[in-house]
Design a protein around this ligand. Structure first.
Ligand code: NAD
Length: 276
């Protein structure tokens, strides 16, 4: 594959760059995932709430790529937290994906006000022990949630997938994850394609390297060591976003991007988010 892996804390290899499908309707997801797989992506990030596990699964099935060469992530939605509900929701996700196992299963949000994530994760440990998820982890967990989880359970999460981009660099969370052996995965790595790709410092670095702003931002993530899952439904951009393994940012570029941090979220605050 074009994409080098990172090694998770249980020895499983995860491609450092994958394809995200949030906000892509089911039929369009099938097309977009097929395009991504043709362009060399091997990791796909979906979720029960995205409503496109079926389309994702169809594209995977018709790709002709061996299952062991693919890395499929899905996520448990909020209303399905709790031990028994989690087991049922996982069965439904596998069924929609048409798979025997997923590579990574994540708790989508911690919902600290509901206080169910420990029980939920105990069901994840059962799924993991049964070999139906090759790795398990979390999404949108703050260090305090991870601390409580690790204290109460026995499998350290392999991954925590969090909002992370040059305007929200998450230094404290990344350091905490590194101390615990948890891989950091960046969601909305391109800042959802909003103002970030027009920031003058990023445009200047793009011109210097003869690359696009999206490629510069993805390269910044890769050199930080995080896993990235950019989303696009546009074939040229799908190709562009994986074409980032033949150049490097230098120390000056990295410093200029590091200076863009504003601790500014595009998505909800995990401490208070309680929907679904
Ligand atoms: P993103 O940062 O990947 O940005 C995607 C948008 O950027 C596209 O819709 C398009 O408008 C633009 N774009 C993409 N490639 C471009 C290019 N080459 N040039 C110019 N513009 C380009 O945003 P995202 O979809 O929010 O995040 C990526 C993935 O992360 C999602 O699809 C999903 O899989 C995951 N995610 C997870 C959570 C979570 O709570 N765990 C939340 C949001 C997203």
């Amino acid at each position: 594959s074009k994409v080098p892996p990172i090694i998770l804390n249980n020895g499983v290899e995860m491609p450092q760059l994958g394809f995200g499908v949030w906000q892509v309707p089911d039929d369009e997801a099938e097309r977009a995932v097929a395009t991504a797989l043709r362009n060399g992506y091997r990791s796909i990030d979906t979720a029960a709430i995205y409503g496109n596990e079926e389309g994702t699964g169809k594209a995977v099935a018709s790709s002709g790529i061996a299952r062991e060469d693919l890395f499929v992530t899905t996520k448990l939605w909020n209303g399905d937290q709790g031990y028994d509900a989690t087991l049922r929701a996982f069965d439904a996700s596998l069924e929609k994906l048409g798979l025997e196992y997923v590579d990574l299963y994540l708790i989508h949000w911690p919902l600290p006000s509901r206080d169910q994530y420990v029980d939920t994760y105990k069901a994840f440990e059962k799924i993991y022990a049964d070999g139906r998820a090759k790795a398990i982890g979390t999404s949108n967990f703050l260090p305090e949630h991870l601390e409580k989880l690790i204290e109460a359970t026995s499998v350290i999460p392999a991954v925590n997938q969090i909002e992370l981009h040059p305007h929200l660099q998450q230094r404290a969370a990344r350091e905490f994850h590194a101390e615990q052996g948890i891989a950091t995965e960046a969601w909305s790595p391109l800042g959802q394609g909003k103002g970030l790709l027009e920031v003058p410092a990023i445009v200047a670095i793009a011109q210097k390297h003869g690359r696009t702003p999206a490629q510069i931002v993805l390269r910044w993530h890769l050199q930080l060591g995080t896993v990235v899952i950019p989303k696009s439904v546009t074939p040229a951009r799908i190709a562009e976003n994986i074409d980032v393994f033949d150049f490097s940012l230098d120390a000056e570029d990295i410093a200029a991007i590091s200076a863009l941090n504003e601790d500014r979220r595009l998505g909800p605050d995990p401490a208070t988010f309680d929907v679904g």
